[in-house]
Design a binder for this molecule. Structure first.
Ligand SMILES: C[S@@+](CC[C@H](N)C(=O)[O-])C[C@H]1O[C@@H](n2cnc3c(N)ncnc32)[C@H](O)[C@@H]1O
Length: 485
């Protein structure tokens, strides 16, 4: 443990403990915006397998190109020799285990089950000195993670026990399998594992990073967690003075306080007391929640937010006083619900042509929801994706431009999603010959992504290159700069 604290201290960090939060990660020096606070390789990780993106991914780096299946187990994929070699020590053990699994049971090898099998095997390898343990990479750190076993309900307990039994069956040839410990580890994973995302924030896998897991949550965080391949990197979003707590967000922050509190309670078993959550019940919080999840004013030109009226007739605009009838609201909401159910059935059947339904949902949401509503924003994100898929670049650009001001309203100014959206916008503008607009968008993207993703990543280097090329093109065409908006 002494080595662990020294390793953290060398990075300008320390651990403190409190009854309210358990352990917290604190800074012992100042950090400037964009600086790496902490980075870590996963103790164990596994690629995703979901219905939206069923392409396999490399077991080591999560890439989806040039993949070849392991010829022995036929479960795991690699993008090349170097990733296979890096993973070899652990995979050679897992491979033997997987080869013995009954073929009928292979479908039950979900990512969580595989993660648990890998956790058991990596611990064994470190115990037998097949893989070196270090002060920041050892099983003791996994055992120290919170499990919230006393908080979980019976249904969840039963589910963890069943999953632990399955892991035990898969590890049939291994001695020393402790089913109870595996069930506890499932509970640990639920509140400590991280979704690994690619540079564009698309989920690609799940990983356990025991040092990163020391970081507590805030709905108004001073740091951000991004991934460079399999490495988790925490960067400061602002100047963080010595003695501050490092805080990231565990959840989608574009949501009302009630929604955020509910998801934190359900998955992480705590009530957030960050500055944003402390405003609950105050006018500013009521307004924000009604904007993010409420209805729009009957007057199309008014962007006031609506609150339920005291006589329960409907919802009153807090700006112009117009009443929106509750029956009208109910009927549009019911139409949206029907269409949403229809589109989710079609998607689950693998049908791709759902754009017309999303367009109909968007039309109804424009009528019903506040212009900065999160639901409307999500529908527009889906529409942007579908236009990109069919290579309708003009429509995609139109949606990109509609979404940016909404992101700027619902997220803090240095949110990676805003940077990524500007980047997409710039690429579309450039492709469509709008060079000067592209320069503006790339510049805005770079301002954000160089803080959240860092300037050394290949993703940001590519953006810098695009910006330089766009500048060269503009000067070659003798284009005058567009005025900043
Ligand atoms: C990933 S762990 C963070 C480190 C943890 N505090 C520990 O002692 O290991 C997540 C857990 O930390 C606690 N936690 C995280 N953020 C919190 C916050 N803002 N307030 C209170 N508890 C928090 C909750 O118990 C949560 O399930």
């Amino acid at each position: 443990m002494e080595d662990f604290h020294k390793a953290l201290n060398d990075k300008g960090l320390t651990v403190s403990s409190s009854p309210e939060k358990g352990r917290s990660l604190l800074t012992t020096r100042d950090f400037s915006p964009g600086e790496v606070i902490l980075s870590q390789e996963p103790y164990v990780s596994v690629p995703n397998r979901n219905s939206i993106d069923s392409r396999p991914k490399c077991e080591w780096c999560f890439s989806s190109s040039n993949l070849k299946k392991c010829s022995a187990c036929k479960v795991v994929w690699y993008c090349g020799r170097s990733c296979q070699t890096m993973d070899w020590k652990l995979h050679s053990l897992e491979c033997q285990v997987l080869c013995e699994v009954d073929k009928s049971r292979l479908t039950s090898l979900t990512p969580s089950i595989r993660l648990m099998v890998k956790l058991f095997l990596r611990r064994k390898l470190q115990k037998e000195k097949g893989i070196l343990s270090t002060s920041t990479d050892n099983y003791n750190l996994v055992e120290a993670l919170v499990s919230h076993m006393s908080d979980i309900n019976e249904e969840q307990l039963v589910s963890y026990a069943q999953m632990a039994n399955l892991v035990n069956l898969i590890l049939q040839s291994e001695p020393d399998v402790n089913i109870k410990e595996i069930a506890v580890n499932f509970s640990r994973l639920a509140c400590n594992a991280h979704t690994i995302c690619d540079a564009e924030l698309r989920p690609v896998g799940t990983g356990l990073y025991p040092v990163i897991s020391l970081i507590n949550h805030s709905c108004l965080p001073n740091s951000v967690l991004v991934f460079d391949g399999r490495v988790a990197v925490v960067r400061s979003l602002q100047y963080i003075p010595k003695g501050s707590e490092v805080l990231i967000s565990y959840i989608e922050t574009a949501a009302s306080t009630m929604t955020r509190q509910k998801s934190l309670k359900e998955q992480y078993f705590f009530t957030c007391t960050c500055t944003r959550c402390k405003e609950v019940g105050q006018h500013s919080d009521i307004r924000e929640s009604a904007i993010l999840e409420g209805y729009r004013c009957k007057d199309d030109n008014c962007i006031g937010f609506l609150l339920r009226d005291s006589e329960n007739k409907g919802f009153i605009c807090q700006q112009c006083g117009l009443l929106r009838d509750k029956e009208e609201v109910k009927s549009i909401a019911a139409e949206i619900k029907l269409l949403t159910e229809k589109v989710s059935t079609l998607s689950s059947e693998g049908k791709k042509d759902t754009r017309s339904i999303y367009t109909a949902i968007e039309k109804l949401q424009v009528k019903l929801c506040h212009p900065f509503s999160v639901n409307l924003m999500r529908t527009r994100e889906t529409l942007l994706k579908t236009y990109m898929e069919v290579q309708d670049w003009e429509q995609a650009l139109a949606y990109c431009r509609i979404i940016i001001p909404i992101y700027e309203r619902v997220y803090p100014s240095l949110h990676p999603l805003i940077g990524l959206q500007y980047y997409t916008c710039g690429k579309l503008e450039w492709f469509l010959g709008e060079t000067l607009e592209a320069i503006q968008s790339f510049t805005k993207a770079l301002g954000i992504l160089s803080i959240t993703h860092g300037t050394a990543t290949s993703f940001v280097k590519e953006l810098v290159l695009k910006l330089e090329e766009a500048h060269a093109e503009a000067s070659h065409k003798n284009l005058a700069p567009v005025r900043a908006t």
